[in-house]
Design a binder for this molecule. Sequence first.
Ligand SMILES: C[S@@+](CC[C@H](N)C(=O)[O-])C[C@H]1O[C@@H](n2cnc3c(N)ncnc32)[C@H](O)[C@@H]1O
Ligand SMILES: [Zn+2]
Length: 264
Amino acid sequence: MTSEDLKNAAEVEDRREESDGAFRCPDCGGALVEGTRGLNCASCTKAYPIRDGIVRFVTATDLAGRDASFTKVYDLWGRFYDVSAKVWAGLFHGGDTRFRGDVASSLEISRGYRVLETSIGTGGNIPYIGSFSCDLDIYGLDISAGMLDKCRKNLKKWGIAARLCQANAAALPFEDDYFDCVYHLGGINGFSDRERAISEMVRVAKPGTVVVISDETPKMCYSVALRSIDLDPPVDMIPEGVEELDQREAVDGTMWVIKFRKPA
Ligand SMILES: C[S@@+](CC[C@H](N)C(=O)[O-])C[C@H]1O[C@@H](n2cnc3c(N)ncnc32)[C@H](O)[C@@H]1O
Ligand SMILES: [Zn+2]
């Protein structure tokens, strides 16, 4: 990284200190106030602790169904995810750069944008959603503490500032109309409630914002276990009235990509 990149990262970090108002209660939508150990909802009084700088809006014990089972897997996998994902991408997607770059080419990012990646995992897409020197205000959300722990370490190693939180993509802890870009890659096929996760991505996007959602196609999912989850692109779950709705296959047909714009 150049000194210019580091300066930009520091400036983004300064701005992030001022932007605490982004969060709202994922349960009732109420305003959050700072307490001694985290954030407290002013309406329903629910408390959300902050650990390692990450607000914990959900914990593994709150979950049910597929969300609970996948979270258990990802919590254990977090430490090894980067190596195994690179091997997987090398074997089936023509390499990590090609895989992440092809899907991310659908994004529309400009300097200064406030970007949300839901299911950020260990942060592998962050270098692809705008160059490191691009002045972005990055938010990353994931349901797995194990994946977020690795993500926090990766971002520190890369010198990239981002605000992370542990939450369910189907109950986003953000205000309406807040982000200039909303991105999701690689988790939604296994979500308990895909439709709600999509409507949440639309809710938090500013009017006129592009939303990009992607996951693997049946071509990629050979195992019996993965055959039990939904692999078809959820175009029928995209809310009516969105603009420029487009669906494509990427990375040699191994990924589906849905892109649309929230009406201005
Ligand atoms: C295959 S990984 C992809 C991670 C990252 N997007 C990437 O491209 O490397 C799927 C991620 O989805 C997260 N996830 C699964 N269910 C979720 C949910 N309901 N809400 C938020 N994240 C979820 C997992 O914890 C995991 O980090
Ligand atoms: Zn509340």
